[in-house]
Write a protein that binds this ligand. Structure first.
Ligand code: GLN
Length: 536
């Protein structure tokens, strides 16, 4: 079968849920029996988001192969339930880096390098890789940013060219826009959508489908108006009201006939009837009134909750599995150092300390870990959250007052968290951490092993520092259990406490592998313990 393409572009404003819409559409097509792959094109000049501030970019989502990618890839993996690879995300920075290194090598034999055709060809080459690598029948491709941005022009031009190369019948342009409401009259406006479609058409692309996002119900008349002004067929304007439950989006799109519409337009026939039952059940489960558990999330970037997208989703998934409503109390770790935010910690049924970089707010995280340990509050530490749990243990149980990670104190007497040997000589910041999937063997009888119920797991990593083995024996003597180790036994992957209901932490990021229907065992374990504590 020739590969079919669905190109998702965004109009009017960013953050209208283009990624979620694309991901949910992917699910509807997968449910109809097609092999679906996804790709996101990011117009910024950074090579990847790995070196960007979480405040700028939100979470950096890590894939099996260690690619540091946009958080939308998390939506794709969670909705479509697939495992993506490096080819699924690229940036303008990567495209230019490739072209410039070729130019320096002399590959162009003196030719002038231009956006068209050199940059656009490289973009098309990278798009082609997805179908080649995955054997997908349908490729869902999302262009980051908003139509009209200078940065995204080469991408859109490449898609325009690609449309002619693969044949118009093999691709669809889906434009996701926003319909604002004017406060005083409550009137829904289509003009910004008209303008953004005009901008798209000015570069030679007419959308085939418009998904018009709005906070209100959008009536048929308005859809017809959009169809008329934007030159699309009437049935191709999909009004998409904001969903209160994220995982309802595929159900809403299905109800609006999006799955069939896309297939019809691509000249395809469903190979089987989609089974949306599991998603219906999931949403029913989310809607059911349930007892609440409070989870204090002690982070460094809590002002922007997108920085913890996968952690938040993983908590949701585990909440559904435990039949509890998870209420997240966002705590800025630096506040704890200034005696603020403790009210949230004190009423928490569980404390979660996620990942992070740099020394700001680390002492607050250590305080949170100490509080969880001393007060026997269920605790889950993720990456830095594991490291701070170990620092607290060293300082206050082993009484090594100086204990620290060498990330925060280079000359500490007790670097209980330290740089791996192979990290010492690295000077480049980008893409040089321990990244991606690594195996971990679980030690029998531990909380971690019981939670996973399998002897070996593979989990995604993103860190430079590791537990320092020189301290393993003294930690163990005092009740710290190394419940997950690398197969050669050299790297500590999971730690836990014996004398505690649930104090478990991992050097990897379990949140990246949690799925709505397959909640992650370590998160499920946390909420089970939280529920138990609440019951008592
Ligand atoms: N900064 C720590 C390290 O590099 C933890 C990283 C993280 O939490 N992802 O090891």
């Amino acid at each position: 079968m020739t590969t079919k393409y669905l190109f998702f572009t965004g109009g009017v404003v960013s953050s209208v849920g283009k990624g979620v819409t694309a991901a949910a559409t992917g699910l509807l097509l997968k449910e109809r029996g097609f092999k679906v792959a996804v790709q996101k094109l990011d117009p910024y000049i950074n090579v990847d988001p790995g070196t960007m501030s979480p405040y700028q970019h939100g979470e950096v989502y890590v894939l099996d192969d260690g690619a540091e990618t946009d958080l939308d890839l998390g939506h794709y993996e969670r909705f479509v339930d697939i495992r993506l690879s490096r080819v699924s995300n690229f940036t303008t920075g990567q495209v230019y880096a490739e072209i410039i290194s070729k130019e320096r090598r002399g590959d162009y034999l003196g030719g002038t390098i231009q956006v068209i055709p050199h940059i656009t060809n490289e973009i098309k080459r990278r798009i082609g890789l997805v179908a080649k690598e995955t054997g997908a029948e349908i490729v869902i491709l999302e262009v980051g940013g908003t139509v009209g941005d200078i940065e995204s022009q080469p991408f859109l031009e490449a898609l325009r060219q690609l449309r002619n190369e693969v044949g118009r019948e093999n691709c669809l342009f889906v434009h996701v826009t926003w319909l604002p409401t004017i406060g005083a009259t409550g009137e829904i406006k289509t003009k910004p959508t008209q303008h953004s479609v005009a901008a798209l058409r000015s570069i030679g692309i007419s959308p085939n489908v418009i998904i018009a996002r709005a906070d209100q119900n959008v009536d048929k008349g308005l859809c017809e108006k959009i169809a008329l002004f934007c030159d699309v067929e009437k049935d191709s304007v999909i009004p998409m009201k904001t969903a209160d439950v994220l995982y309802e989006v595929p159900l809403l799109l299905e109800k609006l006939g999006v799955g069939e519409l896309m297939l019809n337009k691509l000249g395809l026939k469903a190979m089987r009837k989609p089974n949306m039952r599991p998603w219906k059940k999931l949403v029913e489960e989310v809607r059911k009134p349930k007892p609440t558990v409070n989870v204090a999330l002690v982070g460094k970037y809590v002002e922007l909750q997108d920085a913890y997208m996968s952690v938040r989703e993983a908590l949701k998934h585990a909440g559904i599995a435990n039949s509890v409503e998870v209420e997240i109390g966002w705590v800025h770790s630096a506040d704890l150092e200034k005696d603020k935010g403790w009210d949230v910690i004190k009423k928490a049924d569980a404390i979660l300390v996620p990942g992070g970089f740099g020394s700001r707010g680390v002492e607050g995280k250590i305080m949170a870990a100490r509080y969880a340990r001393e007060n026997k509050i269920p605790y889950l530490g993720l990456c830095l959250g594991m490291q701070v749990m170990c620092i607290d243990f060293a300082r206050h149980v082993l009484e090594l007052e100086e204990a620290n990670s060498s990330e925060f104190d280079r000359s500490t007497e007790h670097p209980i968290i330290d740089l791996m040997l192979d990290q010492r000589s690295i000077t480049d910041m980008g893409g040089t951490m321990r990244l991606g999937l690594y195996p971990c063997l679980l030690q029998k009888g531990t909380k971690a092993a019981n939670a996973y119920a399998v002897p070996r797991v593979d989990e995604r990593h993103r860190h430079r520092f590791e537990f320092n083995n020189a301290y393993r024996d003294s930690f163990a003597e005092h009740g710290m259990v190394f419940s997950g180790l690398s197969p050669d036994g050299k790297l500590v992957e999971i730690v836990e406490l014996t004398d505690h209901p649930y104090m478990v932490a991992s050097q990897f990021h379990p949140e990246f592998l949690s799925r709505p229907m397959k909640p992650h065992p370590l998160f499920v374990g946390l909420l089970k313990a939280a529920k138990e504590r609440r019951r008592k």
